[in-house]
Design a protein. Structure first.
Length: 178
């Protein structure tokens, strides 16, 4: 019995290495919301992520990511300042937006669905993210999207002109870590 336990302990590092680790080379995180019926687009920068993803074994994959909430940009400085304030992202008290993987399932050849915990300010909600992974040798590209209700995260209040639903798009170029 001790011998079996010894061999199992020896194999743990090999099973942990089975998931390829990827580092972020490029990232585009954009969002769109309707304001007075017109689309308002914006973006975030500063993606940091620990990606351990094997398209052949997505159930064993993990993704943990965060972005700098103060990097929000819409192209209008006054609006950006307002979004960084207490009514929206409150970046002084909540400088990061976090997202971590609960589960990933394969849906098609290069298509997956991930269940993630998204934390904005103190609020944590589950979001489902359909995404694709296009491998190119030791590089790859993850592309996905999801919708969220801004009110669920305390981002502003009810408004007759600002929509509640926000569409978020992710495009991340990755390279396999050595």
């Amino acid at each position: 019995m001790r011998r079996i336990l010894f061999y199992c302990i020896l194999l743990i590092p090999f099973t942990l290495r089975a998931q390829p680790r990827w580092h972020v080379e490029t990232a585009s995180i954009t969002f769109e919301i309707k304001n007075a019926g017109f689309p308002v687009r914006g973006s975030f920068e500063g993606l940091e992520a620990d990606i351990r993803f094997d398209p052949a074994r997505p159930g064993r994959s993990t993704i943990v990511a965060s972005i700098d909430a103060s990097s929000v940009r819409t192209g209008i400085g006054l609006r950006d300042q307002h979004l960084r304030g207490r009514d929206y992202f409150d970046v002084q008290h909540h400088p990061q937006i976090h997202m971590d993987c609960v589960r990933i399932e394969k849906t098609e050849s290069d298509a997956f669905t991930g269940l993630f915990r998204l934390q904005i300010k103190e609020v944590v909600q589950s979001v489902t993210v359909p995404f694709t992974f296009a491998p190119r040798g030791r590089r790859g590209r993850l592309e996905g999207h999801f919708a969220l209700n801004r009110l669920d995260f305390g981002l502003g209040g009810p408004s007759p002109i600002l929509a509640d639903d926000v569409l978020v798009r992710l495009e991340v170029g990755v390279a396999q870590a050595e």
